[in-house]
Structure formats: structure tokens, C-alpha cells
Design a protein around this ligand. Structure first.
Ligand SMILES: C[S@@+](CC[C@H](N)C(=O)[O-])C[C@H]1O[C@@H](n2cnc3c(N)ncnc32)[C@H](O)[C@@H]1O
Length: 376
């Protein structure tokens, strides 16, 4: 087990994933009463109140197959009027740092139609967003039957059957292709390597399989304009770990958000992505490149269409030139002339995002081609 925080307490504070206050917006928990599932093959579940540590073992992937219904009960916490059934071994931080989703979703999206929580656990985040009127309908997804059972208990206690759809699913594998979501939130396992002595589906995503499958499939469930906002932890990842997965899934990385105004520790960040629109990039930074103008047609520069490019023209023609940037059809790409560029000197063009195709830098005076660009 990873040891953090108070060494005198239980080894792992299951709901925290780090030095964060454990008490969520749900306030103190009380015990529910209904009979439910118990996990066979691992020890008894711990029974602390929600401000205390979690001593019980996590559910490992190996143990999932052995889960079977047995008598059990739940703790109950309230989230803005919704009574939520949970047990400590299902808590992945949604009671604490996960509640930052409420101000963030309100700020970024207001109220959405259909909101899905992936890796929902007992859905502290999803039910809290529903309770705070951030969505019309809630869709909850988790691989752990025990979490799904807790969700059904919450639905039953609050009469929410019309408002909530639930899927027991490994990744998005069991989601009907007709599902559509305006917003997907997730607090997935944050660590690529196991962080405890026992494998845990709360903390571990070996080789990022869960993330890769999720980003590979989620685009197919998004409504036009739909967004994905995933909470991550820099103790387990960097934003760059997921950017290629996002792109491979046909999504565009809109932004990486850091929120120091909530309950989460300083390492928590959010990856915001949307279905890609070819040619559209968000927050890309500047991409510098040099293009050498030469007497015999100069350099051929390959660029990709994700801009903005800050292109620097370097005059190696041996004479002063007056460069223009045209497409292959001769159409000027900029309105204002660049002016004269002296021998051996350089000038930076206005930033640009070029559509795919061929381009030329020509000398306005002589009409000769000084360099070429190919965008593909
Ligand atoms: C960090 S916990 C988050 C739980 C809860 N949302 C919260 O905030 O406390 C990660 C959750 O991901 C779920 N999970 C892990 N692997 C999964 C998979 N392959 N498909 C769906 N859910 C998965 C676990 O069961 C667990 O509930």
C-alpha cells in the first residue's frame, strides 16, 4: 500500500489520491439499510464514516469476477438534496476533489442536456452535478458491479429512475451506439503503474488501457459540440501523456485546465476535448519555422495544417527581394505587402494556419519563385 499523510492512520486514504481534504460536499455520512453485494475472495469491507480513512482492500481486477450478491449496507451522504449510497472501497475521490466539477461545469457549460460520468463509481460527481441542476439527464458508467449496485440504490432512494441511465461496462464496450452525450466527465484511475501493493481499479490504469479505449471511442457518443472533461492528477501523469490518444480518437484538445480555487490538491488538472473539426486547433502555442529563399527556387518546406505557424523568411538569394506568399493558383495569402527584404536578412510573417495544399514565395519584382511550402 502507498503510505501518505498521517502515518498513524490507515495506510491509504481511499478517497483522496493525495493530500486533499477528504470531506466532500456531501457532508457526514450515515448508514443506509438495504441488503446488497459483498465481494467474495477479499476481506470484509471497512466500515468507517466518510471523514475517516479507508482500511479495506481495493477491488482488484482479478477479484471482479468473484463479486456476487450478499447482504450488505451502504453509507449515505447528501449532495444538494440527493441522498447518495456509497461504501468506502468505492470512493475514488469524488466526494472530495471530484466536487470541483460543480463550479467548473457551471462555469464552462452552464446546464447541459445529457451528461455522462465515465468511471463513475457511486457517482458522487454525476449525482452532485444533477443535484446542482447542471444537466437534464445523467448517464453513469462503471466496470464494477458493486458501484453500479450503489448507483441503483441512490436512484431508488431518490426516485430518479426517469433522470438517470446506468451501464455496467468495461470502458465504453457495453454502451449502445445510439447513446449521445453533450458532456462527459470522468475521474478515472490516475496512475499508469500500480501505486499500491494490491492492484486497484480505483487507482491503476496499467499502460493507460482504460484511457486509450475511452478516448478511442467517446467521440462516437458526443453530440455536435459535445465536450469531454477528464480530471487527472500530475502525480500520475502529464497532459502530454493523453494528447495523442485524444487526437487518435478524432477529438481535438481544447485546453488543459488547472483549477486552484476548489478542493483538489495542486496537482489536479483537467483535459478538455471535443470532436475534431479539421483545421481547427485550440490553444496551440506558436510554431516557429524558417524558410530559406534561394536563387534556384529555394527551400521546400513541409508543414502540417495545425497552426499557427510563425514563419521566418531568410533571404539567401544574394539580392534584395520583395516576397509575397501565394497559393499554387497565385492567390495572395496576406493583404498587406511584406516590403523589401535585404540580402542575408530575415523577416517574420504574420502568424498563419494554412489549409492543405501547395504555396509559393515569389519575388514581386521579378516574379521568380524563391521557395515553396507544402501543407498536408
Ligand atoms: C478514481 S475511481 C473514481 C470513482 C468515482 N468516480 C469517484 O470520483 O470517486 C475510478 C473508477 O473507475 C472505474 N473503472 C476502472 N476501470 C474501468 C473500466 N475499464 N471501465 C469502466 N470503469 C472503470 C473504477 O471501478 C472506479 O469506480
Amino acid at each position: 500500500m502507498v503510505r501518505r499523510g498521517d502515518a498513524g492512520r490507515a495506510a491509504w486514504r481511499g478517497g483522496d489520491h493525495g493530500p486533499v481534504s477528504g470531506q466532500g460536499a456531501g457532508g457526514a455520512a450515515r448508514r443506509g439499510t438495504r441488503a446488497h453485494l459483498k465481494i467474495a475472495g477479499i476481506g470484509p469491507l471497512s466500515r468507517q464514516r466518510d471523514s475517516g480513512p479507508v482500511a479495506g482492500p481495493f477491488i482488484s481486477l482479478l477479484n471482479l469476477a468473484t463479486i456476487r450478491p450478499m447482504a450488505d449496507d451502504y453509507l449515505v451522504s447528501e449532495f444538494n438534496g440527493i441522498k447518495l449510497a456509497w461504501s468506502p472501497e468505492l470512493d475514488g475521490g469524488g466526494r472530495g476533489f471530484g466536487q470541483d466539477y460543480v463550479p467548473l461545469v457551471r462555469h464552462l457549460f452552464g446546464k447541459v442536456g445529457r451528461l455522462a460520468e465515465f468511471c463513475a463509481g457511486p457517482a458522487y460527481i454525476g449525482f452532485s452535478l444533477l443535484a446542482h441542476d447542471c444537466c437534464e439527464h445523467l448517464v453513469l458508467i462503471d466496470v464494477n458491479p458493486r458501484a453500479i449496485d450503489a448507483i441503483h440504490e441512490t436512484i431508488r432512494m431518490n426516485g430518479l429512475a426517469e433522470k438517470v441511465t446506468v451501464y455496467l461496462s468495461d470502458g465504453l464496450g457495453a454502451i449502445p451506439p445510439t447513446e449521445r452525450w453533450d458532456l462527459v466527465v470522468a475521474n478515472p484511475p490516475h496512475f499508469r503503474e500500480p501505486v499500491g501493493d494490491v492492484p486497484s481499479i480505483i487507482t491503476d490504469d496499467p499502460g493507460w488501457r482504460v484511457h486509450r479505449d475511452f478516448y478511442g471511442g467517446v467521440g462516437g457518443f458526443l453530440t455536435p459540440g459535445g465536450s469531454v472533461l477528464v480530471q487527472e492528477n500530475s502525480e500520475g501523469s502529464a497532459p502530454e501523456d493523453f494528447l495523442q490518444m485524444i487526437e487518435d480518437g478524432g477529438l481535438t484538445h481544447t485546453s488543459t485546465l488547472w483549477y486552484g480555487g476548489g478542493q483538489a490538491g495542486p496537482g489536479f488538472y483537467y483535459l478538455w476535448s471535443r470532436k475534431a473539426l479539421p483545421g481547427l486547433v485550440f490553444d496551440p502555442g506558436v510554431r516557429p519555422a524558417d524558410l530559406k529563399l534561394g536563387p534556384g527556387g529555394g527551400q521546400l518546406l513541409d508543414l502540417d495544417p495545425r497552426g499557427p505557424w510563425a514563419l521566418r523568411l531568410v533571404n539567401l538569394t544574394g539580392r534584395p527581394v520583395r516576397p509575397r506568399l501565394t497559393d499554387d493558383a497565385g492567390q495572395d495569402q496576406f493583404w498587406l505587402p511584406f516590403g523589401e527584404l535585404g540580402t542575408e536578412s530575415a523577416t517574420e510573417l504574420p502568424r498563419m494556419a494554412l489549409r492543405p495544399g501547395g504555396y509559393q514565395v515569389r519575388d514581386e519584382t521579378s516574379g521568380t519563385v524563391l521557395a515553396r511550402i507544402r501543407v498536408s
